[in-house]
Design a protein around this ligand. Structure first.
Ligand code: F6R
Length: 233
């Protein structure tokens, strides 16, 4: 069963999520799995403004667009540097290299995860219930691999680019099995457009058509959702 914590809005969600991260640190967290996108921004603001020390923590990010260099302002590497790493140095940071070849990069990244078991994984959720870039139909057994983004995801993410045509079509993403290997998982979701995905993930059947539904099988998962995202629960 998925524990759901309902908060008023994204600001409050950031504060609540911060408390979980702080507690994990106090419990000796060594590896933290991180997400990008709009959702974790309030959490990252709380972390930046805190006195928490991540210098003994390894960061592992979920995904990266294929074709964007790490210094491109829409790359997830750039996002992480700006939103967290510049202000909070980590022991090591890992993110897929969007310019590396598929075979080498997926093998390399799977080894990174194998060598650094994730204590706490932060997730957002897509309107189609994707986690990472594991779109509907992704295998529950999947590890890091090259994935093709759905039209829905490209539409959702075009707000960051000049046009939908500029959104990369492919990404490297940790798989659903990679995510499920984390000791603890914290998924964040804000806004009415996430309500259906949240409801399907929490209460719907566990099916590869709803990637986040696999989280029902995890032993320690919490969803922090605002009232709008909780509205269909
Ligand atoms: C980002 C990621 C994605 C996003 C999801 C929601 O690293 O893996 O699954 O979490 O697309 O994006 P936002 O938060 O922008 O609504």
């Amino acid at each position: 069963n998925i524990e759901v914590v309902v908060v008023k809005d994204a600001q409050e969600g950031g504060k609540k999520a911060f408390e979980y991260v702080k507690q994990s640190l106090e419990e000796g967290m060594k590896v933290m799995g991180l997400a990008t996108g709009s959702t974790p921004e309030t959490l990252y603001t709380e972390l930046r403004n805190s006195d928490l020390d991540f210098s003994n923590v390894t960061a592992i990010n979920l995904d990266e667009y294929i074709g964007l260099p790490g210094d491109h302002d829409q790359s997830y590497s750039y996002f992480m540097n700006e939103n967290l790493f510049k202000a909070k140095p980590f022991k090591e940071t890992h993110i897929p290299n969007g310019l590396a070849s598929e075979e080498e990069e997926t093998a390399r990244y799977n080894k990174v995860i194998e060598d650094h078991p994730i204590d706490l994984q932060i997730l957002g959720i897509g309107t189609n219930a994707h986690v990472g870039f594991n779109e509907p139909g992704s295998s529950f057994d999947s590890l890091t691999r090259k994935v093709e983004l759905t039209e829905e995801t490209i539409e959702a993410n075009k707000r960051f680019f000049e046009s939908a045509d500029d959104v990369p079509r492919y990404a490297y993403s940790m798989g659903l099995a990679s995510i499920m290997s984390a000791d603890k998982i914290m998924l964040l979701a804000y806004g009415e457009n996430k309500a259906e995905a949240v409801a399907n993930a929490v209460n719907g059947p566990v099916t590869e058509e709803v990637p986040a539904s696999i989280l029902q099988k995890h032993k320690d998962v919490v969803f922090i959702v605002d009232e709008a995202a909780a509205s269909k629960l």
